[in-house]
Write a protein that binds this ligand. Structure first.
Ligand code: FNR
Length: 194
């Protein structure tokens, strides 16, 4: 099972990037073929239809390819003002915008439709970024993703990781593992992959 994990932050010390690394390792331990995607590796401007009309940026096509190649995803969503980040929205907007005349990417929802997605979030606050998930969920469902019923929001994230980037609390690690397990379980059933 090809499993994609990414965070909606490019901050060097990002809690959500750290949580994504934890989820990715759990996926590897479960035998998945894991891609830990870094949005910083994609040169994607702020969405503008005039810019798009002049030609979809090559990294948007690379992102669409990457999303589409993975039936199972986990997104680690930071919370800004009770919602997900502009970076995550911009990334999803570009990835879901049809490329006129393109043999594959004329289909807007193609990178998203049928993907099984688990949501995680991390914040130093008490709610762990949970409200960002509440906003992200309908967006993903609208794009025809299958959302895993399990989710997890890591609160007090500033003291949750050890120096090696592992979650200190075993109960929190179990919650993350539960999401990864469910995503891989459902993706195998929907996509018939081993
Ligand atoms: C935040 N932050 C924040 N945290 C939270 O729990 N709820 C919130 O509503 C907000 N709002 C908010 C707005 C803006 C503009 C910023 C810049 C930040 C704090 C935010 O969650 C924190 O910076 C996290 O560390 C961001 O995630 P990463 O980069 O650590 O993954």
């Amino acid at each position: 099972m090809k499993f994609l994990v990414f965070a909606g932050s490019t901050r060097r010390q990002s809690f959500n990037r750290r949580l994504a690394a934890v989820a990715a390792q759990m996926g590897r331990d479960m035998g998945a073929q894991v891609t830990l995607l870094e949005l910083a590796d994609f040169d994607i401007p702020l969405y503008n239809a005039d810019l798009e009309a002049a030609g979809t940026p090559p990294d948007v096509i690379r992102l669409k390819d990457m999303l589409d190649a993975h039936p199972a995803w986990v997104i680690c969503s930071p919370e800004y003002n009770g919602s997900y980040t502009g970076l995550l929205k911009n990334t999803i907007d570009w990835a879901s915008s049809p490329v006129a005349g393109h043999p594959v990417w004329h289909d807007a929802t193609r990178p998203f439709a049928g993907k099984v997605v688990g949501m995680l979030s991390a914040s130093n606050g008490a709610l762990g970024g949970l409200r960002s998930q509440g906003h992200l969920a309908p967006l993903l469902v609208n794009l025809q993703c299958w959302l895993a019923p399990r989710n997890f929001a890591l609160s007090q994230a500033g003291s949750a990781f050890d120096a090696q980037g592992q979650l200190i609390d075993a109960g929190q690690a179990d919650r993350v593992r539960g999401v990864v397990e469910q995503v891989l379980w459902a993706a195998r059933r929907l996509h018939g992959a081993p």
